[in-house]
Design a protein around this ligand. Structure first.
Ligand code: AMP
Length: 190
């Protein structure tokens, strides 16, 4: 079973992905984590994306599609994946469908974490103070939100039209959001 966790930056996708890893033994594929690891390793790719990430912009479709492809090719398509922070553009979504299709697999559900943007801004200010993630600074976060609305939100009608979109209330507690996600996944299996 493959799911996409969908939502604006700081909606709680990473937190929920980690819970799915614990509960179901699924594999979390976070392009943000992969890119941060590339930066930490000082690789050419890491150096290439550093400025783009710090200002909150999207790195190219080509780069993130290649990262995901590499993971699926290496681990096989018979695993259960959680896509976290990918796809972020329609081109990425189409590439993901084509990739899975080539391996006889598919996205079973797109789970949209619905959040209140103003409250998310407050959440992110707290994360910035606690963790100091460079792209959580107010200026970059504004760019990330703008990119979400301009490039990523158009994916919603794309998935809704295919009947793959499920909504959960992302403003509830971590446990309650997890329970809603489990209910969606339970419904799929049923
Ligand atoms: P995240 O941790 O998912 O918020 O990603 C951090 C940053 O990595 C984003 O602000 C982008 O600069 C970059 N990034 C991560 N995933 C993608 C993606 N699917 N497409 C383009 N850029 C991405």
């Amino acid at each position: 079973m493959n799911v996409i966790l969908f939502g604006p930056p700081a909606a709680g996708k990473g937190t929920q992905a980690k819970l799915l890893v614990q509960t179901y033994g699924m594999i979390q594929l976070s392009t943000g984590d992969m890119l941060r690891a590339a930066r930490a390793s000082g690789s050419d790719l890491g150096n290439k994306v550093a400025d783009i990430m710090d200002r909150g912009d999207l790195v190219s479709d080509e780069i993130v599609i290649a990262l995901i492809e590499e993971q699926i090719e290496a681990r096989g398509a018979d695993q259960s994946y959680i896509f976290d922070g990918f796809p972020r553009t329609v081109a990425q979504a189409e590439a993901l469908d084509a990739l899975l299709d080539r391996h006889g697999s598919r996205i079973d559900a797109v789970i949209r974490l619905e959040v209140d943007e103003e409250k998310v801004m407050a959440r992110i200010a707290k994360r910035f103070a606690e963790e100091g993630r460079a792209d959580d600074n107010p200026e970059s976060f504004k760019v990330r939100l703008d990119r979400y609305f301009a490039d990523t939100a158009p994916l919603l009608p794309f998935y809704e039209g295919q009947g793959r979109l499920h909504r959960v209330d992302g403003m509830k507690s971590i446990e309650e959001v997890a329970a809603q996600i489990n209910a969606v996944l339970g419904g799929l299996k049923g």
